[in-house]
Design a protein around this ligand. Sequence first.
Ligand code: SAM
Length: 277
Amino acid sequence: MNAEELPSLRGELESHGLWANKALGQHFLLDMNITRRIARTAGDIIGKPVIEIGPGPGGLTRALLEAGADPVIAIEKDARFLPLLEPLTEWSGGRLRLVHGDALATDEAALLGTLEARIVSNLPYNIGTPLLVKWLKAGAWRGDMILMFQKEVAQRIVAKPGGSAYGRLAVLAQARCDCRLAFTVPARAFTPPPKIASAVVHLTNLADPYPHLDALERVTAAAFGQRRKMLRSALKALTPDAEALLHTAGLSPTARAEEIDQGGFRELTDAWRRNRL
Ligand code: SAM
């Protein structure tokens, strides 16, 4: 099947009298070259379940269906788009499942049942980070995630120790996933264009994901909450005996959060958990 046989995305928006609602982070991709590139980044998805957050006018949805995903479970908060998307269900031979709802409140595990699924999305900018954190904390149903964020957020996800982009988001994301910046997309590629460029991040599950994300979140919140301070001061937000905690974790009390790598944060979190048990 070829999405070229469908009416143009721009024409569909016009004929349904639809415009972008900025409060819902709506910046549409109407160029199928880009949406197909996102779908290709997901690898071979023929017959594989995919969750898409925010199909909007359906450019990425078309690309995912064209690439053979089955089913595509598309969760859209803005009900205005559902009549526009409905014909894609028949076009795809029933492979599209439209869900009207808020992705932040969606229980993906319940939606999927026993299926494993990739998540492939051009995310609404305003809730990209909370959605990612929610999925990182979710259980074993997850497959790869191929997600478009604002470029700065993408850089914070893939950042390595030592730079200003390295912080809580990098440590949390890399505790669960191998995180790779796939490609960037200029602001002008979107309708309407946002103020800044975007980038697609490919997150692949690690073979040994760190299991205690809630605890890691607490530790990174304290460590990066005062990122210019030495850890022996910053971690006082977590425990009165920060020096002892750092000693147990084998870390220098004078180090700063941005110098600590993934292994260091795992040690620190394990030491803090043991202390509290
Ligand atoms: N996928 C489309 C594309 O690439 O052209 C639209 C992407 S647009 C950046 C984000 C989409 O997410 C919009 O369709 C918006 O209505 C939807 N959205 C915003 N908040 C949402 C939420 N909480 N739950 C589900 N969808 C949401």
